[in-house]
Design a protein around this ligand. Sequence first.
Ligand SMILES: Cc1ncc(COP(=O)(O)O)c(C=O)c1O
Length: 394
Amino acid sequence: MQFSEEKFARHMRPINGSAIREIFKLLARPGMISFAGGNPSDTALEPRVVARLAGEVLEKYGTKLLQYGATDGFGPFRESAAEFLRHSRVNCTADDILPTQGGTQAFDVLLKALIDPGDVVLCESPTFLGAIQAMREYNAKLVEMPTDDEGVIVEAAEALIKQHHPKLMYVIPTFQNPTGITLSLERRRALAALAAKYGVVIAEDDPYRDLRYAGEALPTIQSFDEEGWVVYMSSFSKYIAPGLRLGAAAVTNPLLRRKMVIGKQSADTHSPLLNQAIVDAYLRAGLMPDHLARICGDYKKQLDAMLKGFDAFPAGTRHTVPQGGLFVWAELPEGMDAMRAFEAAVAQGVAFVPGTHFYPEGGYMNTLRLNFSMCDIPTIEKGMAKLGEVIKGL
Ligand SMILES: Cc1ncc(COP(=O)(O)O)c(C=O)c1O
């Protein structure tokens, strides 16, 4: 008997993750210049520091770190993560912190706790591909909220809440993936007010917050939340190392946190104690500020090189000028097709992600996302020059 499509759960059948997987296969080609990923730079990673801290915490805690642990998390890490998030103006205590396998798992267990098939989730238009996939896996109905250069348009979001009665709103407020745009202060306050007024949970996904190269940090949406409607999701992937798979969700509503803990229990029992202890030691040793200053200094130069590279693009191309994060978003002149540009660019050895993939409903064929963290400056200059030439030649 053949294994047929019908064997799969209905909600998994249309999901094949193909678009981006195909792109990542291409990146393995020798000489390919990739603006497609979203990884931190290898030069941002600190294997020696991690090795030293791993040795120290194993010495200190012994077998405890190699045993099973509580789903709620490793106590010292919950304390230091809460302290770290309070610096980012998240109102939380150690009791509110749920360690997760990156921000990915925080969103997954939140969806698991809240979403029945067909429930509406509002998300930014465009939004993070990984989140789109996760929402689809729970059979959520995705409704796109219009955005401009200050992020989600609040009046439009309110109209959509009245129309669709969503359970959840998913927002990436700082240096958004894919656009690099930051939600303005007033809109942060306004979204928190909408959540309380209509009883909508907000998933505030903020993994890029501390990768700021210009401008002033803004308060989180969560800081305006007095009733526990906002779940704040942070991650150490972009700050320390994605391979540690460690994030921290601040969930001030104890009922919701309990449900997320139960959801995590069946997923992985707990996040690795060793990794929680390493990040705890990193934070307690006060290594984060200098580390962030170093990597932000490097990323800023890479971003500037990429922005300058747009000089080679066709007249009428618009692009964001992010104050941080890892991505720049571009809109080619109306009528140009970024999918065609992608094929032509890959043939010339440059890759990026066509923007249409970031829209749950597709469309927006003239958009593209460019990442600058994984290439050094000469490579960015070369890649942008090639890309501009290819697009002009379409
Ligand atoms: C907006 C956003 N959220 C969440 C994640 C997931 O990251 P992690 O699970 O490594 O924390 C990413 C990674 O690229 C992201 O861009």
